[in-house]
Design a binder for this molecule. Structure first.
Ligand code: NAD
Length: 315
């Protein structure tokens, strides 16, 4: 018998992830989203993708979904949403799995380490198992099924089960990062590095251009020298340096400035809790808070920090 799979949170990432999971497993599938229209759209869309006789339905609440499912994936905006979807006494997932110890819950949202651990512990105390499995790869990776999953799991056996039955249908690189919460640790550490390096790449390119250097030539030199990084050689923030990046299409698409501000805030909070020094991470956080609070940049890719710098300096 195939397990019944549930998916909660059908946003920019969740919708294509759930579509891949439904299509590739052929399992009975149940969805829930805070916006009923979004869940209905998923079911409508599924008509052309699902296997013959595969059932795809909408649950009334997370609790109702959990009561029907063996494995559940969640893809929600932030910690408070995850807490309420899992733990709300009336409508939460946990209320729906009561008494069924073999239900597996996988949270792929990017949230704070403390909430992730707290929810997993509460789920564990009730007899079920929750893993954290945040992703990188963006909406393109979600559509192509090539996401990287950073997974925190209580055991290697559980990790392997979830990887082989669920994650492999949505991702390519699936890495066990250790205990629950460590998936979030890996994710926020990587994104803190990325936020810092994007600010550094933007300041560097801006300085060189203002001093009279051709941007393509400057990027070429950096990319064969010791300053090279992903933000300079794959995702250069200066328009015209690389053809197929957000910088060369007015910073549309890609990874939003507000998502970067959120991930940096998670990194800075985690640093505070663990008494770690993150001087550059905190500066990058302040910068992305400012960028994302401006209407013009709110929905732009995070490499638009180059344009923001440029706009906010003496001409
Ligand atoms: P989104 O806002 O597009 O989607 C979130 C979905 O969750 C929405 O459909 C919303 O209606 C639903 N939702 C909100 N509260 C809910 C609730 N209480 N119950 C049920 N559904 C609820 O966000 P997204 O871009 O899909 O991102 C989801 C997560 O993935 C975030 O944590 C984000 O940081 C992370 N992430 C995003 C990207 C990206 O490029 N967008 C990349 C990597 C990771």
């Amino acid at each position: 018998i195939q397990p019944t799979i549930g998916f909660v949170g059908l946003g920019q990432m969740g919708f294509p992830m759930a579509a891949n999971l439904m299509k590739k497993t052929g399992s009975p599938f149940v969805v829930f989203d805070a916006f009923p229209a979004t869940a209905s759209k998923f079911v409508e869309n599924a008509k052309d993708l699902k296997a013959q006789n595969q059932s795809v339905s909408v649950a009334a609440t997370p609790r109702d979904l959990a009561a029907q499912c063996d494995v559940i994936v969640t893809m929600l905006p932030a910690g408070p949403h995850v807490k309420s979807v899992y733990l709300d006494a009336e409508t939460g997932l946990l209320a729906g799995i009561k008494g069924r110890n073999n239900v597996l819950l996988v949270d792929s949202s990017t949230i704070d380490v403390a909430t992730s651990k707290h929810v997993a512990e509460t789920v564990g105390n009730a007899g079920a198992v929750m893993l954290d499995a945040p992703v990188s790869g963006g909406t393109l990776g979600a559509e192509a099924g090539t996401l990287t999953f950073m997974v925190g799991s209580p055991s290697v056996t559980t990790f392997n089960t979830v990887k082989d039955t669920i994650l492999v249908h949505m991702g390519k690189n699936i890495v066990h990062c250790g205990t629950v919460g460590n998936g979030q640790v890996a994710k926020i550490c990587n994104n803190m590095m990325l936020g810092i390096s994007m600010v550094a790449a933007s300041e560097t390119m801006n300085l060189g251009v203002r001093l009279g250097m051709d941007p393509k030539l400057l990027a070429g030199i950096i990319n064969t020298s010791s300053g090279r990084c992903w933000s300079t050689d794959t995702y250069n923030p200066c328009p015209g340096v690389l053809p197929n990046v957000p910088a060369s299409r007015d910073y549309t698409g890609g990874f939003g400035t507000s998502l970067m501000a959120k991930d940096l805030s998670l990194a800075v909070s985690a640093a505070h809790e663990s008494k770690s020094t993150v001087t550059l991470g905190a500066v990058a956080h302040q910068i992305y808070n400012q960028v994302s609070s401006q209407k013009e940049f709110k929905n732009k890719d995070f490499s638009s920090v180059y344009k923001w710098l440029n706009d906010n300096q003496e001409k």
